[in-house]
Design a protein around this ligand. Structure first.
Ligand code: MF3
Ligand code: CO
Length: 298
């Protein structure tokens, strides 16, 4: 990679990850002269595995399948349905398309998808809970196709949403959009969290702090480096460089940010019982900015 071809400002942080300004670093004297050096240095420094075009094509293909699976689920969602049925739908559809559901048996997780209703923030285990008119339900799908992972989720309405449901879903979706607008070489991981937090809190919603590994690198494995917190400070954290693939997946609560994990060791709920929403996409940093590998309109 030649940094001179990218749109990095002279005063931006250097994409080589040195933490110095671009003009004081690689603009004058490239420490990293090609993409192989950058790959090595990002792995050594941060354990971040930069992806090459073949990998990216693979992740993009898995991403397409994940989106198709989400669309299929959306069509079938209705009140009166058990969350277990969503698991069956996702599991069967994934296998039928030659892929595997990544959550199944991951760190002992018992199902093929996470289904998180209302006050459930994330990692809801599909089961006997029945969806009711007015509920919001997040369906989080990670599939593995030809060895490549892609991860995406959406929060859906069951029937007609109330005012609060509509608000948390709208703000959460917009917060993902604002986070993604920060993704470009020379910006940092902290810039993404900062944009999400500033917007969400301005709308009187709170950002869940746990599960930083949830926003994370993805592609070869679940929860690779780096971690992507959905809160933070501008200019903090790792400098984004082309080839990074990670998820951005803000979890926002209507009430306080505090959580508790239920006895099943997975289901995370809001401590105050308030509604929680989430939206997630798998993102590739490109020379110009970013490409979503699980693109849906925001
Ligand atoms: N898809 C989730 C994420 O966005 C992780 C699922 S955890 C599992 O990070 F255990 F359910 F697999
Ligand atoms: Co996910």
């Amino acid at each position: 990679m030649k940094f001179t071809k990218t749109k990095i400002g002279r005063n931006d942080l250097c994409p080589c990850g040195s933490g110095k300004k671009y003009k004081k670093c690689c603009l004058r004297k490239p420490r990293v002269s090609n993409s192989q050096d950058l790959k090595t240095s990002y792995y050594k420094r941060y354990k971040i595995r930069l992806k090459e075009s073949g990998d990216i094509a693979g992740i993009r293909k898995t991403g397409r399948l994940v989106l198709d699976t989400l669309d299929m689920v959306e069509e079938k969602l209705q009140s009166g349905m058990q969350t277990e049925e969503i698991n069956t739908l996702v599991h069967d559809y994934t296998l039928r398309h030659g892929a595997k559901p990544a959550p199944l048996h991951y760190r002992g997780y018992p199902k093929s998808v996470c289904v998180s209703v209302n006050e459930v923030i994330c990692h809801g285990i599909p089961g006997k809970r029945i969806l009711r008119d007015g509920d919001i339900v997040n369906v989080d799908i990670t599939s593995i196709l030809d060895g490549y992972l892609a991860d995406a989720n959406k929060t859906f309405f069951i029937g007609t949403p109330g005012e609060e449901a509509e608000r948390i879903v709208r703000v959460c979706k917009e917060s993902l959009k604002r986070g993604l607008e920060m993704v470009r070489p020379g910006n940092t991981i902290g810039d993404i969290g900062w944009a999400i937090q500033t917007y969400a809190e301005g709308e009187k919603c709170s950002v869940v702090r746990e599960f930083v590994e949830i926003g994370s690198g993805v592609g070869f494995e679940f929860h690779e480096a780096p971690q992507v917190p959905h809160y933070g400070k501008k200019r903090d954290g790792v400098v984004l460089v082309p080839g990074m693939v990670f998820t951005v997946e803000p979890m926002l609560n209507l009430g306080s940010k505090d959580i508790k994990v239920l006895g099943d060791q997975w289901t995370a709920v809001t401590k105050d019982g308030s509604l929680s929403a989430q939206f997630e996409q798998t993102i590739l940093v490109t020379e110009e900015g970013y490409e979503s590998l699980t693109p849906y309109p925001l």
